[in-house]
Design a protein around this ligand. Structure first.
Ligand code: PXP
Length: 254
């Protein structure tokens, strides 16, 4: 049983997403680099949890990665999954600490936007219920929007994860005006969700450059970061990249 943020206080947790370690492994079809080994390095470097997304097309991690992780890992595991019967069965079999419900389209390169829980309420509801009944902490990956927050609250999900992709893309593009507007949307959505009693996480596209203003949003309890850390590992190593991300999060929070 892992303590929730309400118990542990305002520390901003770092969930490290290991999907793209598996992307590199799968490029050659062998066993190297092993996502489990990366998860153990992440843990030792200060990660508070490990996140992974078993996709319908298994383009990166697979169910056997999840099982090995569950067996060997003493940190909370956060399984990102589509609202699909097959994924629900996997989640109920493996019972990770948390499941984050995400939209999934086969042709997309990555999760391009949040789950539209306002439009898909009836489709999402049984997944929130079944996972919650199994004692799995459910989060909904949604765009920064009070409307989405309200529906997440009505669905009874204890956690939301706000999609930071639009803000991070604006930062990367050097578009200051768009970045300011996207950051304001993240701040407003996080504050609104916290007022509704939801635990608020955030993630997608976060880099060293964009993490500071996001981490400074006090309502946030957890960031989930993957692709940038795996890319940065090429230059500095995975542990060093995670430690630097952690340092920047703490500095922004101080
Ligand atoms: N959070 C969610 C819900 C995601 O789907 C992803 C991408 O798998 C991430 C966080 C991590 O995004 P990135 O790999 O861009 O850091």
């Amino acid at each position: 049983m892992h303590e929730d943020a309400a118990v542990t206080g305002p520390k901003l947790r770092l969930g490290v997403n290991i999907d793209h370690v598996a992307t590199i492994r799968n490029a050659r079809g062998g066993a190297h680099p092993d996502p489990l080994r990366a998860a153990l390095v992440a843990r030792d470097a200060g990660a508070d949890g490990i996140t992974l997304h078993v996709r319908e097309d298994r383009r990166h991690v697979r169910e056997d990665d999840l099982l090995r992780l569950k067996e060997a890992m003493d940190l909370p595991i956060n399984l990102e999954m589509a609202c699909a019967k097959e994924m629900l069965e996997i989640a109920l079999r493996v019972r990770p600490h948390a499941c984050c419900l995400v939209p999934e389209r086969r042709e997309e390169r990555t999760t391009e936007g949040g789950l539209d829980v306002a439009a898909q309420h009836n489709h999402v509801a049984p997944y929130v219920r079944r996972l919650g009944e199994a004692g799995i902490r459910v989060s909904l990956f949604i765009d920064p929007s009070p409307v989405q927050n309200a529906v997440a609250q009505a669905l009874g999900a204890p956690v939301i994860e706000i999609h930071t992709g639009a803000y991070c893309a604006a930062v990367e593009a050097g578009d200051a005006a768009r970045a300011a507007a996207e950051l304001a949307a993240l701040q407003a959505a996080a504050a609104d969700a916290a007022e509704r009693g939801l635990e608020v996480h955030a993630g997608h596209g976060i880099t060293f450059q964009s993490v500071g203003p996001i981490a400074a949003i006090k309502a946030l309890r957890e960031l989930n970061i993957g692709h940038f850390l795996v890319g940065e590992a090429i230059f500095t190593g995975f542990a060093a990249a995670i430690q630097e991300m952690r340092r920047r999060m703490d500095a922004a929070r101080a």
